[in-house]
Design a binder for this molecule. Sequence first.
Ligand code: E4P
Length: 214
Amino acid sequence: MKFFLDTANLEEIKTVASWGILDGVTTNPSLVSKENRPFKDLVAEICRIVPGPISAECVASEAAAIVPEAKELAAIAPNVVIKIPVGIEGLKATKALAAAGVKVNMTLVFSSGQALLAAKAGASFVSPFIGRLDDISQDGMALVEEIAAIYANYDFPTEIIVASIRHPRHVIEAALVGAHIATVPFAVMEKLVRHPLTDIGIARFLKDWGKVKS
Ligand code: E4P
């Protein structure tokens, strides 16, 4: 499974990149708004730090405007992936961009029908938002399972990015259902690596090591 970081914060990205397990980054307008830096500069800097796919989101609403906006963003670096919200205009833009060799991550996906259409349009990635579904008492991970089954039935190459992750269990469940990618907030990534019994175990080993004769 690939790990993406769901953030636009450079320090968080550098930190997790230094752990040696980071495959890519997803940003969105809300995450970018926290960084107080011009959007394109920020995307360029993230692309320099992480060689894998970096999602940058379009804000235009008509396909005729999404396509040129996407092409401008894609020109920032070869590893930029264009994030486009699913919808009729988004599908039209995705079809045109895929034909032009631009990779698209269809975002804000809340149903398997949307994910099926995204794959048909040629999206390289699809992002079901599981936390936001859980927030309204729907089973977010059940949606991921459905999308995975549909894609397997037809050999769609579209990769599933499990998004809107809230806690480490979401990451484990994404791995159990065989999702290609989890995009994980920094705080959840930190929680994923820690266990209190590991900390207690290290402290005990070090204490005992102090008693070993040299
Ligand atoms: C994914 O690409 C999105 O940036 C993200 O996962 C949204 O998560 P949220 O529901 O925590 O805002």
